[in-house]
Design a protein around this ligand. Structure first.
Ligand SMILES: O=c1ccn([C@@H]2O[C@H](COP(=O)(O)OP(=O)(O)O[C@H]3O[C@H](CO)[C@H](O)[C@H](O)[C@H]3O)[C@@H](O)[C@H]2O)c(=O)[nH]1
Length: 88
């Protein structure tokens, strides 16, 4: 059975490229991203690029959606890309 990876920040720059590679490599992928610095348009592009569908939790600061994701899904690993840069 395919390993299941949760990718936080998976709609962002590095995260979305990682999701593409994971899907192409045969992993099952869940994306958790609050879209604070990403566009929803990225999400359908991931399927267009890979022909495979990620499970998406674009939670927009809805913590209940995050709780639901973790209650319903079992993950083999989590890759954490959800973060904001601080300007200098
Ligand atoms: O609390 C948070 C904070 C952020 N995010 C999400 O995390 C993702 C982070 O991705 P970013 O694209 O913001 O950051 P990256 O580090 O992937 O990429 C950034 O750094 C790169 C170089 O390291 C390039 O400069 C790129 O253009 C720039 O966006 C975003 O989708 C954002 O919505 C959350 O889900 N929750």
């Amino acid at each position: 059975m395919a390993k299941h990876i949760c990718c936080t920040g998976g709609a962002g720059y590095i995260g979305s490229h990682t999701v593409v590679k994971l899907l192409e490599s045969g992993y099952k992928v869940s994306i958790m991203d609050n879209l604070i610095n990403a566009s929803e348009k990225v999400l359908p592009r991931l399927k267009e690029l890979t022909g495979k569908e990620a499970n998406v939790c674009a939670h927009k600061k809805c913590f209940a959606a995050v709780d639901k994701l973790f209650a319903e899904q079992k993950f083999d690993g989590i890759i954490h890309f959800a973060g904001l840069k601080v300007g200098t």
